[in-house]
Design a protein around this ligand. Structure first.
Ligand code: NAP
Ligand code: G4F
Length: 323
């Protein structure tokens, strides 16, 4: 039975990846940081089937201890400060975790478990002020936030450890991926949760920032499959993962509100508080390399994804407020 270590297991991607790996017969070790309250809501249904171990990306010794104890075959480094706006208010913390945290994990692997295979959660935010449309593996980066700058470091240090130490270390450059487990502050979930609240009479408006920004939004369940496929290849290589479709935040609102028979123009208000100091205007993936080499394709469409998220929020809120 192969063993996989997943950092960020309590996050959106970690929970889907853990499910996926269990389905493939892996022993799954989840790295969790010490917090004053447990943050296991996304993995509550899995806690009896996985092993959780405390360590922190700030602390090299804790990472080395975990690798020593569990000797994983695969390491998925998903942990990060993942909310872009927070990276302007906490740029140093974001750099510590999203940039230096990656090299700590790679150092731990180099010193303790060099035969393991390493996946780094790189991001389409690295393309930022895009140099070409669509974006592929060779598109130059132009990061537009402290988050994205830190992710560029994490990306290149992974390439560098692969080339310097001959480690099997790869980066997945993943475009936005969403699900009913997405954090409430990200725009898809903010919209689907807002729609559900308005539909149930729990709110009467939804305040958003830039409605013209465009993103390539896919379903997280599809994207964790791509992470795993990258670690099953003969040679370590980086891959762009996305749907190849782009939609504006305005279109997202149209699809989400009309799913419950409402017109977004009656409820959505633009609020300067949610605009960013520097915006990423358009992201859209050219994932042809992943299609050809990994045989990867997304299975859930944009409309299906947004409908799934609205339905899940409606169901959750109905349950909560009926009691
Ligand atoms: P998420 O839901 O915010 O989860 C982040 C995870 O990182 C949580 O488990 C969090 O733990 C953990 N974490 C944060 N700081 C840590 C530290 N110092 N030590 C150990 N763990 C720490 O993010 P996600 O959407 O699943 O994204 C997963 C990864 O993919 C991130 O690296 C993100 O930047 C990257 N990414 C995401 C997308 C996307 O669209 N979702 C696209 C491209 C790349 P707590 O539960 O304790 O907070
Ligand atoms: O949902 P978002 O906050 O995601 P963003 O910034 O694209 O980052 C996410 O995807 C990245 C991959 O490209 C990941 F690396 C990162 O970790 C994260 O998962 O915002 C999407 C767009 C932005 O252009 C933002 O300006 O939506 C726009 N937006 C408009 N109104 C809003 C809002 N975003 C948020 N969060 N809240 C709003 O009210």
């Amino acid at each position: 039975m192969p063993t996989a270590l997943v950092t960020g297991i309590t996050g959106q991607d970690g929970s889907y990846l853990a499910e996926f790996l269990l389905g493939k017969g892996y022993e799954v070790i989840g790295l969790v940081r010490r917090t004053s309250r447990l943050t296991y809501d996304r993995i509550q249904h899995l806690v009896d089937r996985i092993e959780l171990v405390q360590a922190d990306l700030h602390d090299l010794g804790s990472l080395m201890d975990v690798l020593n104890k569990y000797a994983p075959d695969e390491i998925y480094n998903l942990a990060a400060q993942s909310f872009v706006p927070a990276s302007w208010s906490q740029p140093i913390l974001t750099g510590e975790v999203n940039a230096l945290g990656v090299v700590r994990m790679l150092e731990a692997m180099r010193l303790v478990r060099p035969q393991a295979r390493f996946y780094q959660a790189s991001s389409s935010e690295m393309f930022g002020k895009v140099r070409e449309v669509p974006q592929k593996e060779t598109t130059p980066f132009y990061p537009r936030s402290p988050y994205a700058v830190a992710k560029v470091y994490g990306h290149w240090i992974t390439v560098n450890y692969r080339e310097s130490y001959n480690l099997f270390a790869v980066s997945g450059i993943l475009f936005n991926h969403e699900s009913p487990r997405r954090g409430l502050e990200f725009v898809t979930r903010k919209v689907t949760n807002g729609v559900a609240k308005i539909k149930l009479g729990l709110a009467d408006e939804l305040r958003l920032g830039n409605l013209e920004a465009k993103r390539d939004w896919g379903y997280t369940g599809d994207y964790v499959r791509a992470m795993w496929l990258m670690l099953q290849q003969d040679e370590p290589e980086d891959f762009v993962i996305g749907t190849g479709e782009t939609h504006s935040v305005r279109e997202l609102c149209e699809v989400a509100f009309s799913h419950v028979g409402l017109d977004y123009r009656d409820y959505v208000k633009q609020d300067p508080r949610f605009f960013r100091p520097a915006e990423v205007d358009i992201l859209v993936a050219d994932a042809s390399k992943a299609r050809e080499k990994l045989g990867w394709e997304p299975r859930v469409t944009f409309e299906e994804l947004i409908h799934m998220m609205v339905d899940a929020d409606l169901e959750r809120l109905e349950r909560k407020y009926k009691q």
